[in-house]
Write a protein that binds this ligand. Structure first.
Ligand SMILES: Nc1ncnc2c1ncn2[C@@H]1O[C@H](COP(=O)(O)OP(=O)(O)O)[C@@H](O)[C@H]1O
Ligand SMILES: [Mg+2]
Length: 267
């Protein structure tokens, strides 16, 4: 059974169909790529499945056996879906460790009163949580920065921290919207390696929107392609690379996606 399934997923903004009748299945344990030219509906798709936007009538979204079509974002997150944003939303005044602990906090079992009273159960739980979070920071290579404010990290390190904070929620499904935006292709490659090892270690299923097609081709088992809000192709990388409609979508018009055109041309 698919972990995430959309049927007829649509979203209009005024007269514009940002996402239009998308049927998509994400199989558990896979890394699933979502690609398409700028404005093709990728971020909107993420906003729909995470409950940020309400889909148009007739849309269906299922996650891990639950109908989440009309659930709100916090309800969907509680079922085990986490995401990162195209624009990072880190707390730059807070330390690196505090940033990941915020991600984890919704997972703690004790209530706010207990937390305020500082019972020994809470102290023990807090200690255990802190160790787990330090372990996560170690794994993503940020342990040495645990106590510095997130605002002092480099661009690449902030990308890693955003990833760490999403993983701290212990999600079943992780949605990554251009996790490598602003990084050089080499650093994006490294980031994707980290994502793959995190996926193994934390038994995640991942859906990733990524601009650099070469990276998507080498990391994703299945790729879905959006164009003008519609799914125009889907399959393993080899198939997508040679798909006429996909090549047309990228090459057939003037777009600033130089990287993508080059990747398709095999440069
Ligand atoms: N909140 C919104 N209000 C109006 N139009 C939007 C909104 N969000 C996205 N759009 C439009 O929907 C289309 C798809 O956008 P988006 O999902 O961000 O594309 P992508 O992430 O693939 O670049 C674009 O034409 C965009 O301008
Ligand atoms: Mg986008």
């Amino acid at each position: 059974m698919a972990l995430l399934e959309t049927r007829g997923l649509s979203k209009s903004f005024g007269g514009l169909k940002a996402v239009s009748g998308v049927d998509l299945k994400v199989q558990p344990g896979t890394v699933h790529g979502l690609i398409g030219p700028n404005g093709s509906g990728k971020s909107t798709f993420f906003n729909l499945v995470t409950g940020v936007y309400q889909p148009d009538p007739g849309s269906h979204i299922e996650f891990d056996g639950h109908d989440i079509t009309n659930l709100q974002a916090h309800g969907i997150a509680a079922l085990g879906m986490a995401r990162t944003f195209q624009l990072l939303r880190l707390f730059s005044e807070m330390t690196v460790l505090e940033n990941v602990m915020v991600g984890n906090h919704c997972k703690t079992s004790y209530g706010i009163v207990e937390s305020l009273l500082g019972t020994s159960r809470v102290r023990q739980a807090d200690q255990k949580m802190k160790e787990e979070m330090l372990d996560l920071l170690e794994f993503i290579g940020l342990a040495n920065f645990a106590d510095i404010p997130a605002g002092e990290l480099s661009g690449g390190q902030r990308r890693l921290l955003a990833l760490g904070r999403a993983i701290a929620m212990k999600p079943k499904l992780l949605l990554l919207d251009e996790p490598g935006a602003g990084l050089s292709p080499v650093n994006v490659d490294k980031l994707m390696e980290t994502i793959l090892s995190l996926k193994e270690r934390y038994k995640l299923t991942v859906v990733v929107v990524e601009h650099i097609l070469k990276v998507v081709m080498s990391t994703c088992e299945t790729i879905s392609v959006l164009d003008h809000g519609q799914k125009i192709a889907e399959g393993p990388p080899e198939m997508i690379k040679n798909d006429h409609a996909v090549i047309e979508a990228y090459l057939g018009r003037e777009l600033p996606d130089e990287e993508i055109r080059n990747a398709i041309r095999g440069q």
